[in-house]
Design a protein around this ligand. Structure first.
Ligand SMILES: [Zn+2]
Ligand SMILES: [Zn+2]
Length: 366
C-alpha cells in the first residue's frame, strides 16, 4: 500500500515527502497507522552525518499509533490497539536476551526481513532502508512484533510516543543503568528530551539532590519544573563558573551519579571529575563517531567509574507499562515534555529547531 514518508537521501540535503510502498505484514509483523513520532537527536545526528548508516532511508524511531493489521503469528497486539514502538526489538534466544538484556540483543536480524525478501518499504520496487528497523516519519509503519507494546487507549498518543526513545532512554538511564539510590545526589548535563527524562527518573528513584547543567538559561527553568533541585549555567561566560567546582560545592564534595545527556567528550570528563569517590558517570548521549575521550586517570584511584548506556538498559515491554503507571499517577510528566508539534511536511524545520537547541521535544503528528 502507499504511504507518505520523509525520505532522507543525502547528508546536508533536506528530506522530501515522497510516496513509498509499504508491504503486507508477514507472520511476526505488525502494520501500524502512525499517529505521532518524536524528533530525536539521533535522527538529527544521522541527517548531519555524525552517525552513519545506509541511505535512502526514512528516519523516525519514537512513534505511537494504531494497529491496522497483524501477521498470522502475532499474539501480543490486535487490530485497533493503541501502541508505541521502540527500536529495542529482540530475538529472545541469544545470550544477552536470555540474561535479561534484550536491548543488547545480538541477533537482531531475526527481527528484520532477509536481504532477498521483499523489502518492508520501497519506492518503485527499490529498497528503502528502515531506520532503526522502524522508519516512523511515515504514515504507516511495518515492524517486528517485539518492537511494539500495547498501551491504554486513554493515553494521548503524542505524549505516549516519547516513551519510544527519550523517556525509555532517560528514565531507564536513572532507574536501570545507574540504579540511582534514594537519598543520593545526581548531576545531569544537558536538559533536552533525554536530560529531562533522566531528571524525572532520578526524582522517581528518590534522589535527594538533582543538579541540572545547561548552556541555555531557559532550559534550566524547565529542569526545575521536572524535578531538578539546583541548576548551573554552563558555557565559558557563565556567572556560575566551572561547572565541576559548582557541582562539588553544591554536593559537598561530589555527586554520586553524573549523566552526560548530550554526548560530548568534554561533558563526560566533567561528569567524572564532578563525582564523589565511588561515584558513577553514565554516558547517555551519542558521541559523534571519530571523537575520543581523554580523562585524568587519577580519578580511578577514587574508585570512580564511567559506564555506557544504550537505550536506558530497557526491557521495553516491562518498562513502558511501568512508565505509563507513573504517568497516570502524576509522577512522570510526559505532556509538558512536548513543546512543539509539526506536520510531516515541516520535518526539516523541526530538525533544524532541535539541532539549534531551541526546543525540548518536537513531535510530528499525522
Ligand atoms: Zn532516539
Ligand atoms: Zn537476542
Amino acid at each position: 500500500m502507499k504511504a507518505k514518508a520523509a525520505v532522507f537521501r543525502e547528508i546536508g540535503v533536506d528530506m522530501k515527502i515522497e510516496e513509498v510502498d509499504i508491504d503486507e505484514p508477514q507472520a511476526n509483523e505488525v502494520l501500524i497507522t502512525t499517529a505521532a513520532c518524536g524528533v530525536c537527536h539521533s535522527d538529527v545526528h544521522f541527517a548531519k552525518g555524525s552517525i552513519l548508516g545506509p541511505v535512502p532511508t526514512v528516519p523516525g524511531h519514537e512513534p505511537a499509533g494504531v494497529v491496522e493489521a497483524i501477521g498470522s503469528e502475532v499474539k501480543s497486539v490486535a487490530v485497533g490497539d493503541h501502541v508505541i514502538a521502540c527500536t529495542s526489538m529482540f530475538c529472545g534466544l541469544c545470550k544477552q536476551c536470555l540474561q535479561g538484556r534484550p536491548y543488547l540483543c545480538m541477533d537482531r536480524r531475526q527481527c528484520q526481513r532477509k536481504r532477498d525478501d521483499t523489502p518492508r518499504i520501497s519506492i518503485d520496487g527499490k529498497r528503502i532502508t528502515q531506520f532503526a528497523d522502524l522508519s516512523a516519519f511515515c504514515e504507516k509503519m511495518l515492524v517486528h512484533e517485539t518492537a511494539v507494546v500495547k498501551i491504554d487507549n486513554d493515553i494521548p498518543l503524542d505524549s505516549a510516543a516519547l516513551v519510544g526513545c527519550a523517556v525509555t532512554t532517560g528514565v531507564g538511564a536513572a532507574l536501570n543503568t545507574a540504579k540511582v539510590q534514594p537519598g543520593s545526589s545526581v548531576a545531569v548535563f544537558g536538559v533536552g528530551g533525554i536530560g529531562i527524562s533522566i531528571i524525572q527518573g532520578a526524582r522517581i528513584a528518590g534522589a535527594r539532590q538533582i543538579i541540572a547543567i545547561d548552556v541555555v538559561p531557559g532550559k534550566l527553568e524547565t529542569a526545575m519544573k521536572f524535578g531538578a533541585t539546583h541548576t548551573i549555567l554552563g558555557g565559558p561566560d557563565s556567572p556560575d563558573g566551572d561547572p565541576v567546582k559548582a557541582i562539588k560545592k553544591l554536593s559537598r564534595g561530589g555527586v554520586d551519579y553524573a549523566f552526560d545527556a548530550v554526548g560530548m567528550p568534554q561533558l563526560v570528563q566533567q561528569c567524572l571529575y564532578a563525582l564523589a569517590p565511588r561515584g558513577l558517570a553514565v554516558v547517555v548521549g551519542a558521541i559523534p563517531t571519530g571523537q575520543k575521550l581523554e580523562v585524568d586517570p587519577g580519578h580511578f584511584y577514587l574508585e570512580k567509574s564511567i559506564m555506557g548506556c544504550f537505550m536506558g538498559s530497557n526491557r521495553f515491554h516491562i518498562d513502558a507499562l511501568n512508565y505509563f503507571d507513573f504517568y497516570k499517577q502524576g509522577r512522570l510528566d510526559l505532556d509538558s515534555m512536548v513543546t512543539d508539534r509539526f506536520g510531516l511536511g515541516d520535518i526539516n524545520e523541526a530538525f533544524a529547531l532541535l539541532d539549534g537547541g531551541e526546543i525540548n521535544r518536537a513531535v510530528i503528528t499525522f
